[in-house]
Design a protein around this ligand. Structure first.
Ligand code: BGC
Length: 526
């Protein structure tokens, strides 16, 4: 998508920007595996909120939360009834594990190849599912979540790399957003499963919810064994003939010499940068570094995971019954999925900035409305009975908010940082983006329940204020990247009112020539 394969190169280098070959069965397989990677991530995001609102689960593992909830069921302070450090730790432990694992997975992915990282992720994830499904105490639950997190870390690190290296250039962007689409599908499936398992008499439905994560995990584990290595990875590991043969198979044509030469050149250039973590701090990479940190940071400060993790809990706070709460989570999950499709089909026509700005304005309006609706009813005391129509109106406004996120910060939060990063520092930049995302997901998950208890309805105004800041940030600092070939991306900063002073300093560090040289394979090393 970002590749803009048809656009003629603007530099004198005049490199070709497209290669022969199309979508083969191999590439299709790669998509499937990537999709399962998105599914397991999404399933994790969606499953914990529903499970932590199920009474049998709470009474067994978090009895103090269960008691507080029961006491406040018919009155009392609604804002604080779910506030428990242990309960939050259950949800957020996964993200700390994923953060650490994603940094570690980068070297496995590089040394052993992408498929073995996927395999390692799948196996660890399966162990986590088993521990969670069979849990008899909180320790088993949290250890299981940590293993799931390690699995997610490995999968999120290796699957997108694999996908980008396998995908024909023209389909790279579409596949990128497809990955986010699968995350949202995973969330929705998890919400539906929670809705079904909560009704199981005997109170063991939560075991099924947690255990069923094994299904997508088994697919990625077994699937990874059948996947071929990427040509890039074979080259990286010193197997050039195999790499050439693999490239021909993957592209479905013998005419791969141009792409192969570029892969070799990119590999050499990339190896020449021996300290990407140090180099990325150089002044000339400042705009990209700022985007790599700020975009995932802001993505999480939209507050989206408050809805994704805690929607059922939040709806219970609003006075919905258990089943109605889970149903409402299904509704927001569906809105999330469908709205992501809007982004898939418009991002290359409307552009990134338009989606960011519109999505920001929509989220802002919805957050202010949710805060006002909850504040008007519950006030500062947190005591109220909410009429059904009022609660339904709140759900509708929350859906407006989710839709705004799903066609802006959701997919763009992953797409933009990856498409602006030059090849030589791309792996380091990508790791920063993943790590900041996981760290902020953890922080929001950890802070939400205590913040709701203390800030009460004002919490929604807090997120609204964050949306104002991030929308201004986009308006002022993000140049449009729609239709810009990835190898010409350096140019967007050179004409930007603020960033031009960093990249036009006149040293040889603007790296434009290098970008052009490596352009065609630039994205392959993502
Ligand atoms: C975010 C997740 C979020 C999901 C919701 C992703 O882009 O990284 O944190 O839960 O979107 O669809």
């Amino acid at each position: 998508m970002a590749g803009g394969a048809a656009v003629a190169p603007s530099s004198s280098a005049g490199k070709r920007q497209d290669y022969p070959g199309g979508l083969t069965l191999f590439v299709f397989m790669a998509c499937m595996v990537a999709a399962t990677g998105g599914l397991i991530f999404g399933y994790d995001i969606g499953i914990s909120g529903g499970v932590t609102s199920m009474d049998p689960f709470l009474s067994r593992f978090f009895p103090s939360v269960y008691r507080k909830q029961a006491e406040s069921a018919d009155g009392g302070n609604q804002y604080c009834k779910f506030d428990s450090e242990l309960l939050t730790l259950f949800t957020s432990s996964l993200y700390v594990a994923a953060l650490v694992a994603s940094l570690f997975a980068a070297s496995v992915t590089r040394a052993a190849g992408r498929k073995w990282s996927m395999f390692a992720g799948g196996v660890t994830f399966l162990a986590g599912c088993a521990l969670n499904g069979a849990a008899v105490n909180v320790a088993m639950l949290i250890l299981g979540r940590v293993l799931l997190g390690v699995g997610v870390g490995f999968a999120n690190q290796s699957v997108p790399v694999y996908l980008s290296e396998m995908a024909p250039m023209r389909m790279r962007g579409m596949l990128n957003n497809g990955f986010q689409l699968m995350i949202t599908l995973g969330i929705l499936i998890a919400n539906l499963i929670n809705y079904g398992t909560a009704k199981i008499a005997g109170g063991w439905g939560w075991r099924l919810s947690l255990g069923l994560a094994a299904v997508p995990a088994a697919i990625i584990t077994v699937g990874s064994l059948f996947l071929p290595d990427t040509p890039n990875s074979l080259l990286e590991r010193g197997r050039p003939e195999e790499a050439n043969r693999m490239l021909q198979r993957v592209r479905g044509t013998d005419d791969v010499a141009a792409e192969y030469d570029d892969l070799v050149a990119a590999g050499e250039e990339s190896r020449a940068v021996t300290h990407p973590w140090r180099d990325i701090r150089q002044r000339r990479y400042r705009p990209q570094l700022v985007m790599a940190v700020a975009i995932p940071l802001f993505q999480q400060l939209t507050g989206i995971n408050v809805i994704m993790f805690y929607a059922p809990v939040l709806f219970k706070t609003l006075g919905f019954g258990g089943t109605a709460s889970l149903m409402s989570a299904v509704i927001t999950g569906l809105v999330n999925l469908v709205s992501t499709l809007v982004s898939v089909f418009t991002v290359d026509r409307a552009g990134r900035r338009a989606l960011f700005l519109e999505g920001g304005a929509q989220m802002l309006a919805a957050q202010v409305a949710v805060g006002a609706l909850i504040g008007a009813k519950f006030g500062w005391s947190g005591v109220a009975t909410v009429p059904a129509g009022y609660a339904a109106a709140t759900v509708v406004v929350m859906c407006v908010y989710v839709a705004g996120f799903a066609w802006s910060w959701g997919p763009l939060g992953w797409l933009v940082p990856s498409e602006v990063m030059p090849l030589e520092v791309r792996p380091a930049g990508q790791s920063i983006t993943v790590a900041v995302n996981m760290l902020m997901t953890f922080a929001v998950a950890q802070a939400f329940l205590p913040m709701l208890c203390r800030l009460k309805f004002l919490l929604f105004f807090f997120f609204a204020a964050c949306v104002v800041v991030m929308t201004l940030f986009i308006a002022l600092f993000l140049p449009e990247t729609k239709g810009v070939p990835i190898e010409d991306m350096a140019g967007v900063w050179k004409t930007h009112w603020y960033w031009k002073r960093f990249v036009n300093d006149g040293d040889d560090t603007d790296g434009h020539g290098v970008d052009i040289e490596m352009g065609c394979v630039g994205e392959a090393k993502k």
